[in-house]
Design a protein around this ligand. Sequence first.
Ligand code: GLU
Length: 489
Amino acid sequence: MSDVTPRLRFAPSPTGYLHVGGARTALFNWLYAKKFGGQFLLRIEDTDKARSTDESTRAIFDGLNWLGLRWDETVVYQGANVERNRADALRMLENGTAYRCFCTQAELAERRAAAEAAKDSFKYDRRCDRLSAEEVQSRVDAGVPFTVRFRVPEGTTSWDDLVHETISFPNKDIEDFIVLRTDGTPIYNMAVVSDDIEMRITLVMRGDDHISNTPKQILLYRALGAPLPQFAHLPMIHGLDGKKLSKRHGATAVSDYQHLGILPGAMLNFLALLGWSPGHDIEVMSMERMVELFDTKGLQKKAAIFDPKKLEWMNGQHLSLMSASDLAPLVTPALVSAGLATTEDLYSRRDWYLTLLELLKVRSRTTDDIVRQAAPYLVDEIRYDPEAEAKQWKDRPATAALLREVGTALRDLREWEPAAMEESLRALGERLGFGDKAGKIFQPLRVALTGLSVSPGIFDVLVMLGRDRSTARIDAAVARLESGGPPGA
Ligand code: GLU
């Protein structure tokens, strides 16, 4: 690497939400910039006025902010640079690397159709490049509209892609492409190159759907006498069926995952593995660790697979690594909006709340999971999961009798603490002839206390609920079992 400070940019078109593919590209640019002490810039490519919206631009800002991908310097809006883009195109007219083309769209369409009819591939035949200087001048003076076309030189255009190694395109396959429309607005590749030069971008890292634009862009850099940046083309992202990721595969907007209770850190970690491998089987990483490990050598060529189950798993990993006090600000609003608690209530018993989060986070994949599992500790009346009830309370009269005994044993405890609970319940198990199969007590009791078949350890549950609530729940379960109604009734 040269001693120039790396400058990278993420250049989304604001024509929708922030797609996971875009976020992945932003992340890799950001990681590279952080790793090598460079700058990560944001350019909104809003030249397509018909499709660009302020709302999409906001969605891009919001998505990047949620992920913590802060950009340096002020945002560049491509649409504001048309004057400079045009000046650059005109500079190419002056230095002879481009020429005026007076062919109209209708004429070009006609020639294209004729070529297709003759089963020929169409390529602009450079007829306007053969006009004499006087002819060109007289047409310009007469106000005949013209486009500016780039004159593709002979030879081959190659670059050493950081992902794909050497990529070469024979120039004969590239037609003399338009850089400026008749109305003086720049064509996409012209705007991108003019802006990337102005922004002093040293590495262009983007999706590999842009590979075919790159030779044209390289030719423009050369024509403008500007130093070439490096290029890295990242693999596409596919769904589990191997097809390009789209809405058919489910949520593809970063904000969807935000609303599904995914942590930004987990989302970033998951995105980082879409096309990059840190090696050594490393998967779970903090942002700092990703910066430390990031290396373009680990970038992959083959399409990455977006597996939502892996994202959930990743989220579970990040949840269990977070401290309860860091988790609280994320979970509290969800508990409040689910009507399970008030902020004041949780604040007034903060230690209890943090212990609860500590117990639940290791059993949850999303913050929504935490909310679901937290319900029994926060409400008076629990909901019984029909499956848990059917499975753990199969013999309802026998379960009622068992829970009655459990209730009595627990009510008699002098201290409401785990060792005493365990001693008493194990003694009850012995007495009932369960031997060391304490699960025969714990599982039905778990359903009685939480309505669920999965929960933290049973003594933790009892402690968190407290004596009164625990015994009241056991009584309610006995009443429910004895009422003889069907499970879930
Ligand atoms: N605006 C382009 C896109 O959204 C990116 C162009 C580039 O990175 O050069 O795909």
